[in-house]
Design a protein around this ligand. Structure first.
Ligand SMILES: [Zn+2]
Length: 275
């Protein structure tokens, strides 16, 4: 059983603030240790539940956050940027399950450090008409490849979101959202046990199913008009409203690649503190 962990940082144990997840800051140096501990707790549980191979795909920002020197020796890690499938690179490699670790709530909704891809410039993403978190987008991609989502960890609102897009996935709430920048946090020694137990149990659902390729529509709403205009320059992307764009794709894989292009173009159009 080969399992992949897509590891994001905003939903890691203890993380509540911008600097906690920004490379180079003192809080980041502290929290990357807690993030690594969450990852190791998950690796432990997956092997205990029958996994034979675990690939950790770093999914946060620079994708250079987890400490390789502290990673469980049985796991391997994909680290660094510029991967065609981004957070989900490796989902098409024949894995038997995926874990969304350290995930967070969607852009425009309540939740600790809530966002979808861009930290602040996107105010909403809709997949086939339903408001979508990164978890919802990535679960649709996993489904296309016949890969079950085994477990989702993050704040309590991330878990509630997961229960909507995949009611069968296990969840672990490592913190309770109080605001976008505040949470009631459970200490790492306790969350590690919770994650290990949940990952071990979640392995019961591992095993590929027949994936189905289907067309999908994604719409993106930005916080400023010029970002939508910049994104609409991409062929196949239509400007729907002053701050909203949309596009259709023949598969979820193509939809996510197009979404990656849209976010890259829009982030390139951000101008200083006016956004
Ligand atoms: Zn994220």
């Amino acid at each position: 059983m080969r399992i992949m962990i897509s590891a994001d940082m905003e939903g890691a144990t203890g993380v509540t603030w911008t600097a906690d997840v920004e490379a180079g800051t003192e809080p980041w140096q502290r929290f990357r240790k807690m993030f690594t501990r969450d990852v190791n707790a998950c690796v432990e549980g997956l092997f205990a539940g029958g996994a034979s191979d675990v690939l950790v795909n770093e999914a946060h920002s620079s994708q250079r956050n987890v400490l390789l020197e502290e990673l469980d020796g049985r796991a391997r890690m994909l680290t660094g940027r510029h991967k065609p499938l981004s957070m989900m690179q490796g989902i098409d490699s024949g894995v038997d399950g995926v874990v969304f670790l350290g995930y967070h709530a969607a852009a425009g909704l309540d939740g600790v450090l809530s966002h979808t891809y861009l930290p602040n410039q996107i105010t909403g993403v809709w997949l086939d008409g339903v408001r979508a978190s990164e978890g919802r987008l990535n679960s649709a991609l996993a489904a296309e490849h016949g890969v079950p989502v085994l477990l989702v960890t993050g704040d309590d609102l991330t878990c509630a979101d997961a229960a909507e897009y995949d009611p069968d996935a296990g969840t672990v709430a490592v913190k309770e959202c109080v605001s976008r920048y505040a949470a009631i946090c459970t200490p790492p020694a306790v969350t590690a046990t919770m994650i290990t137990d949940a990952a071990r149990r979640a392995m019961a659902r591992a095993g590929r199913f027949a994936g189905a390729v289907a067309g999908h529509r994604i719409e993106v709403e930005f916080g400023a008009a010029h970002l939508a205009a910049a994104a609409a320059v991409v062929p196949t992307v239509d400007q729907l409203d002053v701050r909203r764009v949309g596009f259709d794709a023949a598969s979820m894989t193509d939809a996510m690649k197009a979404f990656k292009v849209v976010t890259a173009i829009a982030s390139g159009a951000v101008e200083g503190s006016y956004g």
